[in-house]
Ligand binder design. Sequence first.
Ligand code: BTN
Length: 243
Amino acid sequence: MPNNIIHIAETSSTSTLLKEMRKNENVVEGVTVWADYQISGRGQRGNSWESEQGKNLLFSTILYPDFVLAEEQFLLSQVASLAIKYVLDAYTENITVKWPNDIYWKDRKICGMLIENVIMGNSITESVLGIGININQEFFVSDAPNPISLKQITQVEYNRELILTQITEKIFELYNQAKINRYTIINSYKQCLYRKNGLYSYKDEQGCVFNAYIEDVEPLGLLVLKTEEGIVRKFAFKEVKFL
Ligand code: BTN
C-alpha cells in the first residue's frame, strides 16, 4: 500500500487535492500525494504552512479507519506522530512529540500535521493525514514561531522521497498495530512526549500562567497536567498553551 505514492510539482494543498480525487474516483486506502510546492498550504488554526519550493516534504495520505470511533480520533494523531518521530530518530537525536501532534527537535518545530476526518454515524469513515516536514529548507521567512529543518540540524541535504517512503511505511505499520492493540500505540506515544518530565509553564484559556508537570495523556486526547500546587487539570486541544 505505501507504494501508492503520487508526486506532483505544485498544487494548492495536497490534502485538498486528495479530497477532490476521492470525490471523483475510487481512491484506495494508503494513497499518498506529495508536492514540491503548495500555493495555499494549510496549517492548524487557519494558519498557512510555509515551505520553500522543492525543499521539504508536503504530503497527504488517505485512510479509511472505520475501526476508530468518532471520539477516538486522537488515535490517528498518535499513529502519525509516532511514525514520524521513529523515522526522524534515525536522522537526529532529540525528536519528541509535542501534544497533541507537532513534532519537535529540542524546542523547535520540525513537522506539523492537519488531520481531517469524515465521520458517519459513530465511526471515522475517511481520514486525510496532511503532513509537512521541514527537510532541506535553510531559511524560514514566515512568522511561524520556531521552525527548524533537518538540514539546519545536521548540515546534510536529504533525499525527500526516501524519507517519505520510510514514513508512509511506518504509518502503515503502526496503523495496523492500532487495529490489533491500540494500547501499544497509546503507551508508546506517552513515552515520546515533549516535556515528558519536569516542571514547565503553561497558559490556560483565561490567560492564567501556571507551572505544571505532564501527568498523562488520556486515550481520547486530553492532556493531564499536575500543577506545582498538586492540582490536576485536564485540557482539550487548544485549551492550553505551552510557554
Ligand atoms: C500545522 O499547522 O502544524 C499543520 C501543518 C500541516 C501542513 C501539511 S503540508 C501537507 C498538507 N497539506 C496542507 O495544506 N497542509 C498539510
